[in-house]
Design a protein around this ligand. Structure first.
Ligand SMILES: *Cc1c(COP(=O)(O)O)cnc(C)c1O
Length: 361
């Protein structure tokens, strides 16, 4: 294989080399089926076996209880911004949303097109550099659910403790930190996540939903957004994103072989620490996020001299370090350290950053 870059992109993002090699080996003929996965019928026996295996793996890895349904759905993660309110409002007057970054803001904008929404706490006035404290959320006990984004991919914020919302179900967009650490699924009404960060490639969305929350969808919900329909159809109501589903299965297999989410959490904590240490240990780099809420997955940082950004990116690329351009909303740089990024890749980035700062200081 030609030399691969160290890819710190926010998504689509790096895949583990063993997974890529497995994909190559499985092409053009997959596991005795006489076809590539790319060609398999989504309702055929072989694909259904793959789908069942992937679900079983996700249930094992995340310790999903039986009273939760697991869905592998098509489409962008942000389609769930519409699916969540249409599936879950039921007879409730409204839903509560916490705003702490551009992703939760987008979820709110979409929900508002469909249902009454209360923004119960926001850190927008602080340019999303912190997360609203749980004691400041003005929750409505009649709300259908409380929605928040536990890892704000753009701002680089992460909630490290699951907040308690009593009887109101918590619904979370875990797109950028699912599988990066253990979570107690029982604390959530629903979890959804695009696969393209820690679970593979774009085109697939994972949904884990407590079964007692099914069956309350709006009568006018588009069928393709209806979770109850998806459960009845085993996520195969439409021509499924078979390749992304297959890659998710391989990602879960790799994750289990590596030691599961507890091991990922330990590695991710070490990876993030080594980068934050470089940032905090210099006068050259800065990260604007409240230290309590710093993300382990997405680390934005700025240079003391913004004019040096193109030089930083060009020299980084010469070292094989790519995907570091920050999001236009926050500017600067961003390193995404998803599960597939190894500790030695983070060391390479940290060494480069230290050296760059030394040469420019
Ligand atoms: C990447 C991301 C998404 C968007 O995924 P799409 O599949 O492009 O819609 C949604 N939410 C969060 C938190 C993300 O990081």
């Amino acid at each position: 294989m030609a030399t691969r870059h160290h890819n710190f992109a926010a998504g689509p993002s790096a895949l583990p080399l063993p997974v890529l090699e497995r994909i190559r080996a499985d092409l053009p003929e997959y596991d005795g089926t006489g076809m590539a996965v790319l060609e398999l019928n989504h309702r055929g026996r072989e694909f259904m076996a793959l789908a069942a295996r992937a679900e079983a793996r996700l249930r094992r890895v995340m310790d999903v209880p039986d009273d939760y349904a697991v869905l592998f759905l098509h489409g962008p993660a942000r389609l769930q911004f519409s699916a969540v309110p249409l599936n879950l409002l039921g007879d409730a007057p409204s839903a509560d949303y916490v705003e702490a970054g551009l992703w939760s803001e987008m979820a709110i904008t979409e929900a508002r097109r469909l249902i009454p929404v209360n923004v119960v706490a926001s850190s927008k006035a602080r340019r999303y550099t912190t997360f609203p404290r749980r004691e400041d959320w003005k929750l409505d006990p009649r709300a259908a659910f409380v929605h928040y984004t536990p890892n704000e991919t753009i701002g680089g914020l992460e909630v490290h403790e699951e907040p308690d919302t009593g009887d109101v179900p918590l619904v979370v967009d875990m797109s950028s930190n699912i599988l990066s650490r253990p979570v107690d699924v029982r604390r959530y009404g629903a979890i959804y996540a695009g696969a393209q960060k820690n679970a593979g490639i774009p085109g697939l969305v994972l949904v884990v939903v407590r079964r007692d929350l099914l069956g309350r969808a709006s009568p006018t919900i588009p069928r393709m957004l209806d979770w109850t329909h998806a459960v009845e159809e085993s996520s195969l109501a439409n021509t499924a994103p078979t390749f992304a589903w297959y890659v998710a299965d391989l990602m879960l297999e790799w994750l289990e072989a590596e030691g599961g989410v507890a091991e990922m959490e330990a590695r991710n904590a070490r990876k993030a620490k080594s980068l934050y240490d470089v940032i905090d240990g210099s006068n050259f780099y800065a990260n604007p996020v409240d230290p309590v809420y710093r993300s382990r997955m997405n680390i934005p940082f700025t240079l003391a001299e913004p004019a040096l950004e193109p030089t930083f990116l060009a020299e980084a690329r010469d070292h094989g370090l790519v995907g570091l351009q920050g999001h236009r909303y926050v500017g600067g740089m961003r390193a995404s350290l998803y599960n597939a990024i190894t500790e030695s890749e983070v060391d390479a980035l940290a060494d480069f950053m230290r050296d760059f700062a030394r040469r420019r200081a």
